[in-house]
Design a protein. Sequence first.
Length: 224
Amino acid sequence: MITVNNLTRIYRVGNVEVRALVDVSLTLEAGDITCVMGKSGSGKSTLLRQLGLIDRPTSGQIVFDGQDVTRLSDGARARMRLTYLGYIFQEFALLGELTAHENVYLPGMMLGGPIRDYRKRAAELLGMVGLGERIHHRPKELSGGEQQRVAIARALINNPKALFADEPCANLDSISAEVVMETLMKLNRDLGITILFVSHDPDDKKYAKRLIFLRDGRQVPEYL
Ligand SMILES: Nc1ncnc2c1ncn2[C@@H]1O[C@H](COP(=O)(O)OP(=O)(O)OP(=O)(O)O)[C@@H](O)[C@H]1O
Ligand SMILES: [Mg+2]
């Protein structure tokens, strides 16, 4: 359902060219759970940012259900981002002034429709990630693992088909990390959401059905 063809992203900083991603091709079948691994600077976040429609590739294609999303206008990409995919950042990226509940329903309101429905769904999603008792807490009143689960609930508010997570456990202790990974597994297993996550931890291989290794922006057959 998601195909990446010869994806290349070259950053230019002054006269310096950084080939962050070179000729990467892959397919994510619906319901897949894939882990992207590679050393620091190997291009993992760059790949996720292209897939998450946060950045545009220098060349190559990303196709969601037959549609080339690299060619869409900014407005169409924003809409696609809201309706088709969810994105989870290493550093949670919650709004500190808003409660967990408000953080989760905010991206729903951006699509229009009755706020009441989004509020109800946000409360259900927070229950699903085990935070039913915490919905009125602000981020600073939550643990790191709880904040990341709020971010997962937020990523789900518009029923995405795919979820992209960039080192979702990097800022968490091992127990919170396990809870977050189990939460992602459950979404994949029970709701069939396609998941691509980045990890540094070789232990996380156990969560993935498929592994992708990057080295210097290129796909390599194994972790070298
Ligand atoms: N906005 C940018 N402008 C210029 N160069 C960049 C930019 N973002 C990333 N890079 C460079 O591109 C390369 C890949 O970076 P990327 O962030 O994708 O690596 P990563 O695999 O996610 O690393 P980490 O594990 O440390 O998060 C690095 O050499 C980095 O310095
Ligand atoms: Mg990164």
